[in-house]
Structures are given as C-alpha cells and as structure tokens.
Design a protein around this ligand. Structure first.
Ligand SMILES: Cc1ncc(COP(=O)(O)OP(=O)(O)O)c(N)n1
Ligand SMILES: Cc1ncsc1CCOP(=O)(O)O
Ligand SMILES: [Mg+2]
Length: 214
C-alpha cells in the first residue's frame, strides 16, 4: 500500500472522530468524500469520544469501508494495534506516541505519518521512515486540548528552506479562507477537522477548498 501513497493524497486530508461530528461521523465522512477529501484519519480522542474498545473497533471498520469504496486512504491516529488489527492503510503518530522507527518496522508497506514542530523533528521523522509529516498548529485550534502554540507557516517554511522535500501537510485552525498561505509556504496539503466536521454542510465545506488546492 505504501507504494500507492502519493503526496497528492495529502491535498485535503480530513481528520475526525465521534467527538468532532455533531451530525454523526459516518454521515459527515460520506459528505466530505462527496466534497472531494483525498485522505481520512480516524482520530477518536478527547471529550465526547467513545469509551468502549469494541465500539471503536466496529466504528473504525465501518469508516474504513466507506473510505475503501471511495478509494481514499484510511489512516488511524495513535493506535497502531487497531491499525494492524483491521488492516488500515496506515497510522499517524506524534512525538509523544509510539516511536516512528518501531512502527516503521511493524508496518511494512503501510503509510506512516508523523507530527513535527521543527526542521530537526522533520529530519528525524524522515530518517525514521515517515511517508509524510504533519506540521502545526498553523493557526489556533479548538479541536485538540493539548495543542502547542500556533506558529503560522514559519515551521513549514523552515522545513522547506532546510531542503527537505518530504510530503508535508499543515494542520490547525485551517479553513478554506486561510489555507492559501499554507500551500504558498510549501505544504502539499491541508489537514482539517472542524472546518469540515462542524460545518452545516460538510460537502460544501470540503468543496470550498478545491479552489485553493493546486
Ligand atoms: C496530519 C496530522 N498532523 C498532526 C496530528 C497531531 O498528532 P499528535 O501530535 O500525535 O496529536 P493527536 O492527534 O494524537 O492528539 C495529526 N493527528 N494528524
Ligand atoms: C490534531 C491536531 N494537531 C494539531 S492541531 C490539531 C487539530 C486540528 O483541528 P482543527 O482543524 O479543527 O483546528
Ligand atoms: Mg498522537
């Protein structure tokens, strides 16, 4: 599966869990797909998320089927065991999660995304075998309680100025209105939760990004 991953998959990378979708996550995901999202990450985390492991597994399987039908990669946040169990297309981990190098050894042929906050962390993620990196928060976010301070596009520019060409997605507070500078600074895509998951019309919300995506 990793061979099939291309940086174009990052163009409009939607992330959500139950807690982010007042209209219901399956409905929201289907509408976001109709609106043109290019990849999906299941991130069941924080206030309002499911407690039961069984419920999480069965929801993950249902969401995976929706993504499969639409031929977009289905990524699991944090939980490598869940990704292995259901045969997800990949995982996304941060600096405080299971180490990328160990996951790379376990998940041969799968997509591995790593969150970074500096060009040094980006270089390490690349050396550890990441397929792409997530950089942020670019703008303030209300979707992650323990998010670091927003740094605009500074870190994305630093990574590109350091000559790193790894596929890169910006994340944090991104909307169709403020996404252009994220692409202009060198990102291959934008990763969004609330601007799609909490929109009155998630399909239209996703569509509105298409004008900015190159
Ligand atoms: C695409 C993308 N980028 C960054 C993150 C954040 O990961 P992390 O820092 O591990 O925080 P949590 O999402 O686990 O709370 C992400 N999930 N996806
Ligand atoms: C998971 C994550 N990592 C950094 S910011 C963030 C949340 C992004 O959500 P939103 O698009 O609603 O700001
Ligand atoms: Mg994490």
């Amino acid at each position: 599966m990793r061979a099939e991953f291309q940086k174009e998959n990052l163009s409009l990378y939607f992330i959500a869990g139950t807690q982010d979708c007042p209209a219901g996550i399956e409905t929201v995901l289907r509408q976001a797909i109709e609106g043109g999202i290019t990849m999906f990450q299941f991130r069941e985390k924080g206030p309002g998320s499911l407690d039961s492991k069984d419920d999480i597994v069965s929801l993950a399987i249902r969401l995976q089927a929706i993504c499969r039908e639409a031929a977009i990669p289905f990524i699991i946040n944090d939980d490598v065991d869940l990704a292995v169990k259901i045969g997800a297309d990949g995982v996304h981990v941060g600096q405080e999660d299971e180490k990328a190098l160990e996951i790379r050894a376990k998940l041969k042929g799968k997509i591995l995304g790593v969150s970074v906050h500096s060009s040094e962390e980006a270089a390490k993620a690349k050396a550890d075998g990441a397929d792409y990196i997530g950089v942020g928060p670019v703008y303030p976010t209300t979707s992650k309680a323990d998010a670091k301070e927003a740094r605009g596009t500074e870190v994305i520019r630093d990574i590109r100025l350091a000559g790193m060409q790894i596929p890169l997605v910006g994340i944090g507070g991104i909307t169709a209105e403020n996404a252009a500078p994220v692409f202009a600074s060198g990102a291959d895509g934008v990763s969004v939760i609330s601007s799609i998951s909490r929109a009155q019309d998630p399909k239209e919300a996703a569509r509105r990004f298409s004008a900015i995506i190159g």
